[in-house]
Design a protein around this ligand. Structure first.
Ligand code: DP6
Length: 347
C-alpha cells in the first residue's frame, strides 16, 4: 500500500469516522447506492493544488450549479465468490462498458479503492447529461454523484460538508457540486485537509442566466489535473494567481450578496482570462481555446460595446459560458443562435 493511498485512507476515515458507532465503517448496509448531482460553473476558479494527494487547492473558489445538467450514478456491490479468481470492478458510462485500461475507469476505481469493503467488487453505472470531459465540469458532477451513491450504499448519513470533503478528494471542483445555486469552496489552512470543503450560499438570483456556447464537446487534450500541475510547476506568472483568485472570490461574493451583475460579470471574466493566461504561460503551453472560442469572445465584447451586459467564463476547455440577466436573453439568442440558456434559480 503506497504512502499516498494511506494518507487518503486516513483522511476518509477521519471524515466518516465518528459518524458511526461501530468500528466497521465500510460495512455495506445495502447492495446498491444511488446518487445524482449537478455540474457547476466556477465564477472564480480553482487552478492549482497545494497538496496533490489530498487535493487541496491553492485558492478558494465560487460556483453556480446548473440544474438539469449533471450525473446520475448507481453503485452495486458484489461479494467475490471463491470461483472468481480475478475479480474486477466494471464501469458503464452512458450505457457503454469501459475497458479497465480506460483512464476515466482507472481514476474512478482508484478512488473507490478507498471505500472497498473486503472481498467485494463494485459495478458502476454512470450517466452524464453533459459530454464527458468537454470542459463542462463533468468530473465535478461525477464525483459528487459517486460520493452521494457511497453515502447511500453505506448509509453513512453524512452532512453535506462531509460529503463535500469526500467529493473533493475525487475531484476538487466536485466539492461544490453537492449543492444547487451558488457555492463557496474554502481553500482551508489545515494540513489534514479537513477544513477545505464547500458550502452553499443562500442568495437566490432568479434573473441570472447562463448561456452555453458549445465550441467543441470532444475529450480535451490535457486534463485539468495535469494542466494545473504543469502550471504550478513551470509558470512564473502563476505566482500572482493565488492572491488574485482570493481577491476575485471576495469581489464575487460581494457581487452576489448585492446582486450587482456588472461586478459579478466583470470579475468572473477577468478571473477566467487570468487563469487562461497562466495556462498559456506554462511550458509546454496549455491552450484550450479554438478559433471559435476567440470568435465567441469577440462577439461578447462587441455586444458589450453596444450596451448589452454579457460576460463570459471558461474552464479547461474551448467552450464559453455566458453570464447575463433575463432581460438580455433575446439579444443573446439573436447573437449566438442555438445557445442553450439555463436559469439556475428558475429551471
Ligand atoms: C478550470 O476539479 O477538474 O474547471 O481536482 O484535478 O479533478 P481536479 O481538477 P478539476 O479542475 C477544475 C478546474 C476548472 C476551474 C474550476 O472548476 O474551479
Amino acid at each position: 500500500m503506497s504512502d499516498s493511498f494511506q494518507r487518503q485512507q486516513r483522511f476518509v476515515h477521519q471524515v466518516i469516522g465518528h459518524q458511526l458507532p461501530n468500528h466497521n465503517k465500510l460495512a455495506p448496509l445495502k447492495r446498491q447506492g444511488h446518487g445524482i448531482a449537478p455540474v457547476n460553473i466556477a465564477l472564480s476558479k480553482y487552478w492549482g493544488k497545494r497538496d496533490t494527494i489530498l487535493n487541496l487547492p491553492m485558492n478558494g473558489s465560487v460556483s453556480i450549479s446548473l440544474p438539469g445538467l449533471g450525473t446520475e450514478t448507481t453503485l452495486t456491490l458484489t461479494p467475490i465468490s471463491e470461483n472468481s479468481p480475478h475479480p474486477i470492478d466494471s464501469v458503464q458510462l452512458n450505457g457503454e462498458s469501459l475497458s479497465d485500461d480506460n483512464p476515466f475507469c482507472i481514476r474512478l476505481t482508484d478512488f473507490l479503492e478507498l471505500f472497498r469493503p473486503e472481498n467485494h467488487t463494485f459495478t458502476i453505472h454512470t450517466h452524464n447529461t453533459v459530454p464527458t470531459a468537454a470542459g463542462l465540469a463533468s468530473s465535478a458532477s461525477g464525483y459528487a454523484a459517486l460520493v452521494l451513491a457511497l453515502n447511500d450504499l453505506f448509509q453513512w448519513q453524512l452532512p453535506p460538508q462531509k460529503l463535500s470533503l469526500l467529493a473533493r478528494l475525487g475531484s476538487g471542483s466536485a466539492s461544490r457540486s453537492l449543492y444547487s445555486g451558488f457555492a463557496i469552496w474554502h481553500k482551508g489552512e489545515q494540513p489534514d485537509g479537513l477544513d477545505s470543503y464547500a458550502e452553499p450560499i443562500a442568495t437566490q438570483w432568479p434573473e441570472l442566466c447562463i448561456g452555453l456556447v458549445k465550441v467543441d464537446v470532444q475529450q480535451k487534450p490535457i486534463s485539468s489535473t495535469t494542466g494545473m500541475q504543469n502550471t504550478v510547476n513551470t509558470c512564473d506568472l502563476y505566482q500572482a494567481w493565488p492572491a488574485q483568485a482570493e481577491k476575485n472570490m471576495q469581489t464575487i461574493l460581494e457581487a452576489i450578496e448585492q446582486k450587482n451583475f456588472e461586478q459579478l460579470g466583470q470579475t468572473a471574466e477577468h478571473n477566467a482570462l487570468s487563469m487562461h493566461a497562466t495556462m498559456m504561460a506554462t511550458w509546454p503551453p496549455i491552450v484550450y481555446w479554438q478559433p471559435e472560442s476567440l470568435a465567441a469572445m469577440q462577439t461578447v465584447w462587441h455586444l458589450r460595446k453596444q450596451g448589452i451586459a454579457v460576460y463570459f467564463t471558461m474552464d479547461a476547455g474551448p467552450n464559453l459560458k455566458l453570464l447575463f440577466l433575463e432581460t438580455q436573453k433575446p439579444a443573446i439568442q439573436q447573437a449566438f443562435g442555438e445557445t442553450e440558456v439555463i436559469q439556475p434559480f428558475k429551471s
